[in-house]
Design a protein around this ligand. Structure first.
Ligand code: PNW
Length: 445
């Protein structure tokens, strides 16, 4: 059995900056973040953590952390700034990062789509347009051809739930639509693009592993009432099963389709024969982003998103319950869909960090991280086959619409000076990894 992988994760738009450099084209997040009122304090990714210029120092710091693997994403608009126009300079940026990682002995997990759709694709309808699935597959294929020798895990999509429902129904993320049919079409085309990319990877004889990352949350009813039970089932279908079922069962959740047809006129005409077979292209692993559970109560006026119930658990700065034990429930339910190895491709927490005498004391983050690792060790004793863990995030970064106000990093970023300060949690994770190495990772394998 392979040793358990300890890692940390980032995403392009959240850290890179350099949005006008190296021949990069615009993405939908450039456009969205420039619209008044969309982002907290008018934040944009223009500079972010200036990783575009500082990545080498950041990787050196990562080496000190002692991780096995680094998960980052490629910005599609750096690779294809315009439709059909390949930008070798953009590819070179990522190639150099991958070469440096290899030199440092850190393996790479590369996400192809972490929400920064090129604006040219959006101008042609974006994920609303079925052709977008093929555009993505072409871009993926180019990345496979150029970088496969340097990448251990390929992740087609990060959280298609966010790229479809949060972006097109809830309107909180780019492109900011509030339209159920658009969201359903986006979800379908995202899943289709995933399948096409996996097929392309196999066809060209890809030598490493490929999978997809879903953000999944175990859902619980606030009470044992029938109504809350229904709300729970609906939320689970919306957030989890809408993606798990097509990938592993070749269909959308039938119960939820019924609910949807009462809410909008869709007749699912965007589903074409053979689509589910493409989506079900066999994978090597499933990536799971886990932050919290959801507790819901029935709300007769709710559209799809159910009403979050009050809970008395401690909450992170995002308002999310800290509940590591519920990850076990989630892993067990994933096993009813697939026996593939699971990587926790994100898990982390935001707190109000402050610098005191050059240090950041963040006991809550260290506690959150270590408790989740304990749950994973126990899960593996139970045979749940978790292959690795990536802490979100390496650096404080642009937390999407919430701007720079929420800090998830193991490393504090002073956005005035771009100074990096490893937080106490950085050292706690470092020491934990070192101790596991000493024991040969026995607790995990
Ligand atoms: C993840 N929401 O997503 C993302 O993959 C990261 O980019 C992000 O920074 C991290 O979690 C922490 O939030 C989100 O519903 C999932 O608002 C859901 C939401 C936002 C981000």
């Amino acid at each position: 059995m392979e040793p358990f992988v300890f890692g940390t994760a980032t995403a392009a738009y959240q850290i890179e900056g350099g949005v006008q450099e190296g021949g990069r084209g615009l993405s939908i997040w450039d456009t969205f973040s420039r619209q008044p009122g969309k982002m907290k304090d008018g934040a944009t990714g223009e500079v972010a953590c200036d990783y575009y210029h500082r990545w080498k120092d950041d990787l050196a710091l990562m080496k000190q952390l002692g991780i096995d693997s680094y998960r980052f994403s490629i910005a599609w608009p750096r690779i294809f700034p315009q439709q059909g126009v390949y930008n070798p300079e953009g590819m070179q940026f990522y190639k150099e990062i991958l070469l440096e990682l290899r030199r440092l002995g850190i393996s790479a997990a590369v996400t192809l789509y972490h929400w920064d759709l090129p604006q040219w694709a959006q101008n042609l309808g974006g994920w609303d347009n079925r052709d977008c699935a093929q555009w993505f597959a072409d871009y993926a294929q180019k990345c496979f051809a150029e970088l496969d020798g340097l990448v251990t895990l390929w992740i087609t999509h990060n959280e298609p739930f966010c790229a479809s429902f949060v972006s097109n129904l809830e309107g909180r993320h780019a492109p900011g639509n509030r339209d159920l049919e658009k969201a359903l079409r986006a979800a379908h085309h995202l899943l289709l693009s995933h399948g096409l990319a996996v097929q392309a990877y196999r066809k060209m004889g890809g030598r490493h592993q490929i999978g997809i990352t879903l953000n999944l949350a175990p859902v619980y009813p606030a009470t044992a009432s029938f109504a809350d039970g229904l709300a729970c089932a609906a939320q689970d279908a919306y957030q989890n099963r809408w993606f798990l079922e097509p990938l592993f069962h070749g269909q959308y959740p039938q119960d939820f389709c019924m609910l949807l047809s009462a809410r909008c006129a869709t007749d699912f005409d965007f589903v074409q024969p053979g689509d589910f077979a493409v989506m079900q292209a066999p994978l090597d692993f499933l990536g799971v982003n886990f932050y919290t559970r959801n507790v819901v109560e029935f709300d007769p006026t709710a559209l799809l998103l159910q009403h979050p119930a009050y809970t008395d658990l401690p909450k992170t700065e995002m308002g999310w319950d800290v509940c590591p034990e519920t990850l076990t429930d989630l892993l067990r339910s994933i096993r009813t869909y697939t026996k593939l190895p699971v990587y926790i491709t994100e898990n982390g927490s935001a707190w109000q960090d402050t610098v005191t005498d050059g240090a950041v004391h963040d006991p809550q983050r260290a506690d959150y991280l270590l408790r989740h690792l304990q749950v994973l060790a126990q899960a593996n004793r139970e045979g749940l086959n978790v292959a690795g863990y990536y802490y979100w995030s390496f650096l404080d970064n642009l937390e999407w619409a919430r701007g720079y106000s929420k800090r998830f990093g193991l490393v504090y970023v002073d956005y005035r000076t771009q100074r990096r300060i490893p937080k106490d949690s950085f050292f706690a994770y470092r020491d934990f990894i070192a101790a596991q190495r000493g024991e040969g990772c026995a607790a995990y394998d």
